[in-house]
Design a protein around this ligand. Structure first.
Ligand code: GLY
Length: 335
């Protein structure tokens, strides 16, 4: 067999997660995959993939992807361009977790551009899991993160506009607009990765619900709610109205359902059903979305309402950055 043919066959087998013939080294991308919430997940995946492609860890990959989203100047729902709370203060939440149960999180963090990296520092450099508010900021500065005002002029204008009504109503996100989070509600970046060694990791980062009460913390920095990862089973993350994820320990629930044998999509669907059963009326007016990947790299998603998309990137041939539509309970779509 010619070298090229042998290589191509080996790549195809590796991509499918099959056992390679003796003597054929696995490519560095073998079995690696990254999935992220929403259309901006395409950019996050593109930032994460080079890490996986050079044989790097899933943990480094998800941090790279989350940092990309936090720096995205078009995203009013994550990081430096996020919309503020009702007092006009931008507060950021983030978490990171690997498949061995190591995790870190920050909540209500102000004036630090990369909360996901502060979350990772909490995980790696402290005996704690979560730091909040002033304490999180003090820790970040002590770790060498720059303190800088983040609220953009655009976000300030949006807040002033909101003040005219001051109505807070977490509702169905404006999905499938050019930018899903550009309206009055948020969408979180949740990112899950599997590296070539079969290790899993995830990260979740958000500016939270626009116009929230000052001090409100959503699901994204809460391990088990907005993010959960277990190398034995798989990983899950969430987007949408975070109170529902917290009520249902939802990302943990999705992973536990996969442990019981559900596919990632079935597990997400069952978790959504749980949200509906608990709050059937409220479920008609708000968005909740789950994205999961099992330990073999199979991904699936489900949402309350139509419009949730997720992006997937791996080494398979064909167009990368494929966007996948998640099925939903309700077919509504806000216009
Ligand atoms: N899902 C993000 C939040 O509710 O803040």
């Amino acid at each position: 067999m010619g070298n090229r043919r042998q290589f191509l066959q080996a790549s195809m087998l590796a991509t499918a997660g099959a056992i390679l013939p003796q003597g054929v080294a696995a490519p560095k991308t073998s079995g690696a995959r990254v999935v992220s919430t929403w259309d901006f997940g395409v950019g996050a995946n593109a930032a994460a993939w080079p890490v996986l492609a050079r044989g790097g860890s899933a943990l480094d990959a998800v941090e790279a992807g989350a940092r990309w989203a936090e720096a995205d100047l078009c995203n009013a729902t994550v990081g430096r361009c996020g919309n503020p709370d009702r007092d006009g203060v931008l507060t950021l939440d983030a978490s990171i977790m690997d498949g061995d149960g190591r995790c870190g999180a920050v909540a209500a963090l102000e004036d630090i551009a990369h909360p996901v990296s502060v979350a990772r520092a909490v995980m790696e450099k402290t005996p704690h899991v979560m730091l909040v508010g002033q304490g999180a900021q003090q820790f970040a500065v002590a770790q060498g993160f720059e303190k800088t005002p983040l609220l953009t002029e655009q976000a300030r204008r949006a807040w002033r506009e909101w003040l005219k009504t001051s109505r807070y109503e977490p509702q169905i996100n404006a999905e499938r607009q050019a930018r899903p989070g550009d309206k009055t509600n948020h969408d979180t970046l949740g990112i899950l990765a599997r590296d070539a060694q079969g290790r899993l990791a995830g990260a979740c980062t958000t500016s939270g619900m626009a116009w929230k009460l000052h001090g409100r913390v959503g699901d994204s920095p809460i391990v088990g709610a907005g993010l959960y990862v277990d190398n034995e089973v798989g990983a899950a993350t969430a987007s949408g109205v975070g109170e529902e994820m917290i009520r249902n320990a939802a990302s943990f629930l999705v992973v536990e359902l996969m442990r019981q044998g559900r596919s990632p999509m079935e597990a997400c669907r069952e978790a959504i059903d749980r949200v509906v059963r608990k709050r059937p009326e409220a479920s008609k007016r708000m968005q909740v979305c789950f994205l999961a990947m099992n330990k073999d790299g199979e991904a699936g998603a489900f949402a309350l309402h139509k419009g949730f998309v997720y992006a997937m990137h791996d080494a398979s041939p064909g167009p990368h950055d494929r966007l996948h539509d998640a099925a939903s309970v309700y077919r509504t779509e806000q216009t």
